[in-house]
Design a protein around this ligand. Structure first.
Ligand SMILES: *Cc1c(COP(=O)(O)O)cnc(C)c1O
Length: 392
């Protein structure tokens, strides 16, 4: 059997299960309304929480950086690829997060790969929430540390694992700050308390919490008032911040260690200068005003309340990530397709990303959605939801 026959048989299987998908090609930039096959579609699934992809200050910073530095950084960070704009961004991020230091990577994904594989050795144990992001799972796979998984947000299980792993050199508890599939928030105060009791390190990935939770979008540590008690904070620059990149915020010694050990930092070219400049401008916009974050939460809370009033199952959502639970994969994808016909893009998420019977469309409300946009979305959801018997 040729290798292409193997691939074709996998693909046929996905088609039979209703899991096969074609990538959609959008004809305009990330925004509330986007063009698909010449049609204007209301976007309800981007991570562009604050609409910063089009912010005039970010666009200006990007073009000025291109004029000054050109388009590429020319090297990895440790050779000639650290420009002053990268350093400025790291200083600004550390100030924003209230930590000693920050270190920027090319993406949130590589940040987790670099950070987890650097800090975890063979004598250590990593203790991870079962619903943590794929980049955490892969980062853990790159280490020789022992692994323990606790049921989602189950603090009794976490405590039991902390008790039974006391012989390990170092214990690292890893959690998403906001869980990306359900839009629920990690019980960080309880995690910190347990970690302090059992002398463990707390590692929180705030990809969906940066620019969203906490004062001016400073993240989950700020949201819960836990400054100084969370050891390692991961953030992404790709979601609410509007560009691409990731960072570790924490101790200066952690930063120095990562500079010597984190493989994506050492062996992959640094962010283009225009990207670093864009991220710097974004953090300054956030530091300057909480208006966008306030609008984001007003929109999200209104929209979630209205969906619930219509009778939709929004699962555990308590953030701008709002799933509508539909069921099996094929039905979920049909629901998403019908919404698209009605003018709404709501990404279907199905097995194996979520459980077989917990397929859902995942809505993400942004600060840029107007009341009219959200009313349009609710109306379409109500009609299609009735067609599918999800609401009466
Ligand atoms: C999206 C996401 C990432 C990856 O971030 P990128 O910058 O897009 O690579 C990492 N962790 C979590 C929890 C995420 O949701």
């Amino acid at each position: 059997m040729g290798y292409l026959d193997d691939l074709a048989s996998d693909i046929d299987g996905w088609k039979r299960d209703g899991r096969y998908r074609k990538i959609k090609v959008w004809e305009s930039g990330s925004d509330t309304w986007m063009t698909l096959n010449g049609r204007r579609i209301l976007q309800m699934s981007s991570n562009n929480y604050l609409g910063l992809t089009h912010h005039p200050k970010l666009k200006e910073a990007a073009s000025q950086a291109i004029d000054k530095y050109g388009v590429g950084s020319g090297s990895v960070r440790t050779i000639t690829g650290t420009l002053d704009i990268h350093e400025e961004l790291e200083i600004e991020l550390a100030t924003f997060k209230g930590t000693e230091a920050a270190l920027v990577f090319q993406s949130g994904f590589t940040t987790n790969q670099g950070a987890l594989s650097s800090i975890l050795g063979p004598d250590d144990v990593v203790i991870s929430d079962e619903l943590n992001h794929a980049s955490i799972i892969d980062g853990i796979r790159l280490t020789k540390a022992s692994r323990k998984i606790y049921a989602h947000k189950d603090m009794d299980q976490l405590e039991a694992v902390l008790k039974e792993t006391q012989h390990h050199r170092k214990r690292v508890v890893v959690t998403d700050g906001v869980f990306s599939m359900d839009g629920d928030i990690a019980p960080l105060p309880a995690i910190v308390q347990l970690a302090e009791t059992y002398d463990a390190i707390v590692y929180v990935d705030d990809a969906h919490a940066s620019g969203v939770l906490g004062k001016n979008g400073k993240g989950s540590t700020d949201h819960f008032g836990l400054h100084g008690r969370v050891h390692i904070q991961i953030g992404t620059l790709s979601k609410a911040i509007g560009a691409v990149g990731g960072y570790v915020a924490g101790a200066q010694l952690l930063k120095e260690h990562l500079i010597h050990t984190a493989r994506p930092f050492l062996f992959s070219t640094s962010q283009p200068p225009a990207v670093a400049a864009t991220c710097l401008a974004a953090i300054r916009v956030l530091q300057g005003s909480a208006d966008l974050v306030t609008r984001l939460w007003d929109n999200a809370n209104d929209f979630r309340t209205q969906l619930k009033q219509l009778g939709f199952d929004t699962g555990a959502s308590e953030t701008p990530i709002i799933p509508i639970i539909v069921g099996d994969p094929a039905r979920t994808m049909r629901f998403s397709d019908r919404l698209l016909e009605a003018g709404i893009f709501a990404q279907g998420i199905v097995y194996p990303t979520v459980a077989m019977d917990k397929g859902r469309v995942r809505l993400i409300v942004t600060a840029q959605h107007t009341k009219e946009d959200l009313a349009f979305a609710l109306n379409a959801l109500q009609q299609v939801g009735r067609e599918f018997g999800l609401i009466s």
